[in-house]
Write a protein that binds this ligand. Structure first.
Ligand SMILES: [Zn+2]
Ligand SMILES: [Zn+2]
Length: 165
């Protein structure tokens, strides 16, 4: 293996357990569990975005922490047994553009928010895409599951001047 491709992180080449750890006190010494498939897709995303660091805003969450931050009760962030979701941001990349790059990679559910992009490897339920307006996610209808961009434009069009990015 040449030196350039040597794994650096303790989860995968560019990702570390500490980035994915549930932030609550109770989980300080708990094992961090992240799906290898999710890590692989995050590595692909990093490459797709020109090798810019993908910053993990939220990885694992225990059910208590998930409840505290008002996450979906069946959130992909809760390890079962592995965490299958991550909230990410990439410096200089809009959440929608990170989402569109993730869509090209495929096999991901994608949520677009102002703070960044939610990605997980769960099957579509109720849909593949959603957009957070404030805390509330607006899910794409079945027919709009084909294109994140199309769905995004529909929601943005309805929102009009109310959203400002
Ligand atoms: Zn916790
Ligand atoms: Zn999330």
């Amino acid at each position: 293996m040449d030196r350039k491709n040597k794994p650096l992180g303790d989860l995968s080449t560019n990702f570390w357990k500490k980035e994915f750890r549930c932030p609550c006190q109770k989980c300080r010494r708990k094992k961090v569990r992240v799906s290898n498939l999710l890590l692989f897709k995050l590595e692909m995303l990093r490459v797709a975005l020109g090798n810019k660091p993908v910053i993990i805003l939220s990885g694992n969450r225990c059910p208590e922490e998930n409840k505290r931050i008002d996450g979906h009760p069946n959130s992909a962030h809760i390890p079962k047994p592995d965490g299958e979701g991550a909230d990410i941001k990439v410096k200089g990349i809009k959440p929608i553009d990170a989402g569109l790059a993730a869509e090209k990679i495929g096999g991901l559910r994608i949520g677009i928010a102002k703070w960044g992009t939610h990605l997980d490897i769960r099957p579509p339920s109720p849909s593949r895409f959603w957009i957070y307006l404030g805390k509330k996610p607006i899910y794409s209808a079945k027919i709009e599951n084909e294109s994140l961009l199309k769905f995004y434009q529909i929601i943005k069009g309805k929102e009009g001047e109310k959203t400002d990015d």
